[in-house]
Structures are given as structure tokens and as C-alpha cells.
Design a protein around this ligand. Sequence first.
Ligand code: 3UK
Length: 518
Amino acid sequence: VNGIGVPYNTSARFIDEKVNRGLGEKTAIYYRSQQVTYRDLQMSVNKTGNALKGLGVEPENRILLVCHDSPEFISSFYGAIKIGAVPIPVNTMMKPKDYEYYLNKSRAKALIIHEDVWEQIKIFRSNYLYLQHVIVISEDRQKLFVKEFSFWALTQQANEQLETCCTCEDDAAFWLFSSGSTGEAKGVIHLHHDMEYSLDTYARQVLKITKDDICFSASKLFFAYGLGGGMFFPLGAGASTVLLSERPLPEKVFEMIETFKPTIFFGVPTLYGSMMDYAERSGKAFNLSSLRICTSAGEALPESFSRRWKDMYNLDILDGIGSTEALHIYISNRIGDIKPGTSGKVVPGYEAKIVDEEGHEVPPDTVGDLVIKGDSLTPGYWNLHELNKMRIKGEWFFTGDKYSRDEEGYFKYCGRADDMLKIGGIWVSPIEVENCLVEHPAVLEIAVVGEEKDDGLTLLKAFIVLKNGYDASGELTEQLKALAKSKLAKYKYPRVIEYLDELPKTSSGKIQRFRLRV
Ligand code: 3UK
């Protein structure tokens, strides 16, 4: 009738449906001392949607979300989707240049941002070419702004009834930015049906999530891994989520688990490592008995971590591989079926194969390119036609990962096909770090690589050739680290710097990073 096919709006399906099914009084979100019920959440989703509409936001308009994990993140996300707009949650730890890129690349019309981050970037506002409205979330709910709107003032005035925009399954619902090897992030588009697909496959069939679960994701909501674990898995299942706005330091994470007693915990390998080190160093015994399962993703979980965690807390960690493009996990270990050191088996609803350069499947135990298929996969990157042709072949997506599969069907991670690195579960482009440090007057040449530590995790390391007249020193090393920290997001600075007389190169002069990896 309306010319767009069967109406389907993922916001209505995740939020309104819960209230319609009698879960209105159930706690959806635990945040600090607040308990937000599904009905409260529905109301703030509606108010946020109305507030955006009131500013002139229309279906298909993009909205950048720079929010810490909080109920406001969730109501902004689902509020935007309910009016057919397209929210784009991004990392809150980035530098001004990154936000300028996100805003201009996406042509976002509105920005919803926590005040601490806005304070860092507001002086560059004239660079944001398409941005019309800035909505600031301040800790001080009474605070008013001159050139911006207060999130609280706007939503307080807004109506709590909101008609659902008549989108269909295949409309764009949200984007996520994923870092690329040259440092330019790629806008990954996701459709209205994607979250439900991931919920019905990985969350329901691997995690066996039910409405009785309480989820806690240490990984932030602006990462696809955290968006699922901390938001759309629990909300989709009618369960509860525990949100932490601050950095997930080991001590804090233990405290959160003891306080809120979650049943499912989502972490990354470096966090499991630092939690175990913290527990051992402090000699403290933490009570994690509320948990029934832990998951790990972002990078491969070292075998020793699963064993130590099991010894310390009698808990299994399910390692699984997911990606921003696939939205969530598509190969995973299962409850009662774990093969340490592997990513496990294909999740029902997905297919995976390992192919050689010609695209033919390779025999068991042979390394090749991992390609996957499944309905939560992105329809494509925004405005990157050439890349889309390279990465998406019909129904198959080329992950960029090297994998092997054994006779029993367990997949083993064997490294990236490009130079991209995962540090603490987050992408780092060696080229971006190199381009930053080469600006230092002492640096002639530089190559940044990932160095595997004893525990199997990766550390960022820079090899540097100095210009004539400069000498290696501890002071210079500190200067270089400080330069990286000031120009790049903090997690991207090299932890180790080594000075060389020359870098290994091909005959054509291309730096051979692989020869520097040990
Ligand atoms: C690597 C892994 C080995 C791999 C993600 C769960 O990490 C996520 O998304 P990203 O787009 O990165 C994807 C890439 O990260 N990777 C992820 N998990 C594993 N490598 N073992 C693993 N268990 O290179 C992959 O291509 O940041 C993870 C859910 C949603 C996600 N977006």
C-alpha cells in the first residue's frame, strides 16, 4: 500500500514489542543507581525520537552518536531508528580530526554527544560541513547551552507517544565505522533486520540467552561486539543489561560483576589477562559465581587464558570471531564444546569456507582466506565502490583473515591478510602511527608492527631509523610516545620503540614489515 513492502522497524521490534508482551515493568538497564524498565526505556526512546523530529530530522538522515555507555546512548540509538533516521555510534576516545571525518563523511545532520567530548571538539564546528544540530548530554541536567541543545531540555519537553516510521527490513538502520589500513575509517551500513538476525543466531543458539539473563559487556556499545552484548542481545531477549560509562579497568569490572551479578560477561582477551593479573597481584578473591558464561572476541584468545580463567573462577570463556561487517559473531566455541586455541565452529545461520587465491576451497588443515555468508552481513561500505567489489562477492564476504579448519570443523585463526593490527581488541593501522611519528624531526624512517608477547597477545612496536645527527635515547623514546599520544587516540601509541640503522626493504624499496615481526 505504501510502496515500500512489509513494514519492519527494528526499534519497534526491540523496544515496543517488549512492553506489548507484558515486560513493561521489567528492568531493561542497570546504570549506576538507576534501574530503567522497558516502559521507561520506551518512553525515553519516544521522547528522543520526537525531539529529533522536532529539529527537522527526517527518515534516512544520519545522526552521529558520541556517547558513553548510558541509557541515553540506547534511547538515542533506538529513538533515531524509530523515526527512520540512521544513528552512527562512534568511539568516544578519538581525536578532533577523527570526529571531523566521521561527521563529514557521513554528512550527519545532527550530533548527540556527551559534554566532555563536545568540549574537545566544539572549536572546530565550522569544519563540520553538514551538521545542523548539536545535542549535548551534560552530567548537569539543568545546564543550558547557547549554540547547542541540551539533551535533557529537549527530551523533557517532547511527547512520549511516537509513531513508528514505516521502514522495511532492508532499510538502513544504523552504521558503524571500522578502521581501515590507511587510517580512513569505513562506514559499515547495517539494515533493519540485522540485529534480529544476530540475536536469533549467535545470542539465542550459542549463548542460549533468555529473558532471565543479565548481560554485562566491558566492550563499549560503540563497538559492534559491545552493541550486541550490552544492548541488542539483552533487549532483544527481554533480558537486562548492566552499563558502565567509565573505562573498564580490571578492578572496576570485578566490582561491577560483584555488584550487579550478571549471568553473561563479554570481554576481550587483554581484559581477561589484566583481570587475572590484577587478581593475582592484589591477592583478592572475587566472587564471579553469578556468571554462567563468558565470551571473548576482537582478537584470538590465547589458550593459556582459558585454562587460567577456568582454574581461577571455574568459568568457561567462549572465544568467537565476529566483525563490524558481520555485525556480530559468526564462528564460535559452544557451551560444552570448546576447543581452546580455536575460534570454534560456524554459528547456525552462517556459512564459512576457506579458499585459495583462485577462490577454490582448500583441504582441511590448510591456511587460506576466510569467507563468510549470513544475513546480518553489511550490504556494503558507504561510498567505497571499489572496496565493495573486492570484499563482497555475491553472498560471500571476504573477511581479510587467514584461517584453517580441521577435520572436525574447528576454525583456527592464522593472522590478517593485510597489515592491520588488533591491539586490545581494537583496530590499529600501522600506517597511521607511522605517518604520525615520521613528523618528528629526528625520524628518518619508521615501520610499525605488532609484536607477540609471551602470553600470545599483541603489543604495538615501532622500528625507527634516525636522521644523521640524532642519537637514540630514553628521552627521545619518551618524546616519540608523547607525540603519538597527542596526535592519535591514546590506545594507538607504540609501547616499545627500537632503533635500527636501516629497515628491511624489497628491491623496489617497499618496507617489509613482515621481516620485522618476530
Ligand atoms: C579479528 C578475531 C581472532 C579478525 C567483533 C565480535 O572484532 C570485532 O569486529 P572488528 O570489525 O574486527 C574484526 C576482525 O577482528 N577478530 C575478531 N574476533 C576474533 N580474530 N579471534 C577472534 N575471536 O581479524 C576480524 O576480522 O573490530 C567481534 C563481535 C562483533 C565484532 N564487530
